[in-house]
Design a protein around this ligand. Sequence first.
Ligand SMILES: Nc1nc2c(ncn2[C@@H]2O[C@H](COP(=O)(O)OP(=O)(O)O)[C@@H](O)[C@H]2O)c(=O)[nH]1
Ligand SMILES: [Mg+2]
Length: 205
Amino acid sequence: MASENSDWSDDGRYVAPTVAQSVKILVVGAFGVGKTTLIGSVSEIAPLRTEETMTLASVGVDSLTGLDDKATTTVAMDFGRITVSPDVVLYLFGTPGQRRFWDLWEGLAEGAVGALVLIDTRRIEDSFEVFDQLETRTGMPFAVAVNDFPGAPRYGADQLREALDLLPDTPIVHCDARNKESSAQALIKLVEHALHFPASEKALT
Ligand SMILES: Nc1nc2c(ncn2[C@@H]2O[C@H](COP(=O)(O)OP(=O)(O)O)[C@@H](O)[C@H]2O)c(=O)[nH]1
Ligand SMILES: [Mg+2]
């Protein structure tokens, strides 16, 4: 029975009855750029995380520079959900950027309308393989979200576009992955872009 305090609005367990469209989104990026943080801050359901305490074995494989308090690394993926308008719900799949997880992308990319690529300007080069993977293996539309870490160099959109070799229409937004509103805006930018992405480009995959 519909009431002001219906189950879905109370605790976020259920999708609102007005939701007509489910959109699958990937949240990708190099190690430590804030994927788990972003999904955790926007998700209206308790995010599903598959993180394990980093062992000595991964030290040296996953660069920890600038991430002194990061003690976990995502071994498989994060999952979350956000209702962005009365009729649209986004399902978020956070995917590890490290090359050794690329096979995971194959299945996760299926049916996804686009990807939000998080970057940390202190370590832009760590993102190159993620862009490479997106462009050569999935071909899906993406938007770039610069997660503004304190003390990270601030670059203009033109500088980033050049450094990352992005197409002129690829959106670049700034966000604070810890902030729900800011993270939601980045996701909305991606969805808007993905919906306008020409079908001919999608077919190039
Ligand atoms: N200052 C700041 N720290 C952040 C931000 N986003 C993430 N972090 C921290 O950076 C570290 C890496 O974030 P995490 O979400 O685990 O990265 P992931 O490997 O991409 O999932 C964690 O310690 C976060 O608390 C941010 O926007 N600002
Ligand atoms: Mg993570």
